[in-house]
Design a protein. Structure first.
Lengths: 205, 136
């Protein structure tokens, strides 16, 4: 377990639910903190009786949702301007970004829900959804479903492996990016299909 | 002759999108194998087995950790709670006089009192073992 993880676990033990809320919130904004693994560890603390499971779920889910929505609105309001400011005007107006935006627009439900299971993928999808100006109500609904499923999954994992959660904590940290990879493959596959379809349509017309 | 060569489609045309996806799938398969071997070794160490047998465990039995699993990032309050220690046990055994010790981690306390944290963590483990030996 690295030093940051140890500091985070200490914070959870000392400040409990506000700490969980803060870690989930900050992680949704793109700060690379092990929020999923922390939720699993907190679930182990809850199964030992040190934390309340309901409050743990509430603080984790609310932190995630508020963080996701904040990132979405930041990107929706200032995303393109930010890309122009950091001299990525070409990328902001490029066909690649438009295609990714189209993919998220077309296949938003599976992409948004699946991305909630990995911290970095969550941030990426929040950014793209904001840039693509996805319908906010739909984004909020899908994000909420995804966040609830994510917390239930990791909290369930922590509860089941409560006796040896430290080993599982390491495992989640090590292999969390497998889920990110699956999401990248899924997005790549879907993007290729979308590009091919639009290319065929253009050829026909 | 030259025109013919130019008009012939290249046999070595690469579909980059497909190549990237295939290589990602190969990487994913390799990582999944690595993951499976890690889980397998955890099973052999007996980490996964308690989770499997947990379904048959009585509901009132709380999962707990062993004294050897005590780490420097844990707080005194958490250790007291998990091992069901009387509130005066650790302060008496480890000569703790700081009234705010409960919410500090073992590492913080050791640092504040110029003790090497590994030595201090070991002394906490030993104290817990002694208590558990007398009160299983």
């Amino acid at each position: 377990m690295n030093h940051i993880s140890q500091e985070i676990l200490s914070l959870v033990l000392i400040y409990r639910y506000p700490a969980l809320f803060f870690i989930s919130f900050v992680s949704s904004l793109g700060v690379p903190l092990p929020a999923a693994a922390t939720a699993a560890a907190a679930a182990a603390f809850a199964s030992q009786g040190y934390l309340n499971l309901f409050l743990l779920l509430l603080s984790g889910v609310s932190g995630n949702i508020i963080g996701d929505v904040t990132m979405y609105w930041l990107m929706r309001k200032f995303g393109k301007r930010l890309l122009y400011f950091i001299r990525l005007r070409k990328f902001a107006d490029s066909a690649i970004l438009n295609n990714v935006e189209q993919t998220v627009e077309t296949y938003n439900a599976p992409v948004i829900i699946a991305s909630r299971f990995q911290d970095q993928a969550t941030t990426l999808v929040n950014i793209i959804s904001g840039l693509a100006k996805l319908d906010f109500r739909r984004f909020l609904l899908l994000t909420s479903i995804g966040d609830i499923l994510q917390i239930i999954f990791y909290v369930g994992l922590g509860s089941v492996f409560a006796d040896n959660w430290q080993a599982i904590y390491g495992l989640i940290g090590k292999f969390g990016w497998i889920i990110a990879l699956i999401i990248i493959i899924a997005v790549a596959l879907i993007s290729t299909r979308t590009i091919r379809k639009s290319f065929k349509r253009r050829q026909k017309s | 002759m030259t025109e013919d060569i130019n008009n012939t489609p290249s046999k070595f045309h690469v579909n980059w999108a497909r190549a990237i996806i295939v290589s990602l799938i190969i990487v994913l398969a390799a990582v999944l194998l690595w993951f499976a071997s890690d889980v397998n070794s955890l099973y052999r160490q007996g980490v996964v087995r308690p989770a499997i047998s947990r379904a048959g465990r009585k509901m009132h039995t709380k999962p707990t950790i062993s004294a050897d699993q005590i780490q420097s990032w844990m707080t005194f309050r958490y250790i007291d709670y998990v091992f069901n220690l009387p509130s005066a046990y650790l302060p008496t055994n480890l000569n703790i006089s700081d009234p705010k010790y409960l919410n500090s981690t073992l590492e913080e306390y050791a640092e504040k009192n110029n003790i090497k944290d590994t030595i201090f963590v070991q002394s906490v483990r030993d104290s817990v073992k002694v208590y558990k030996g007398g009160n299983p």
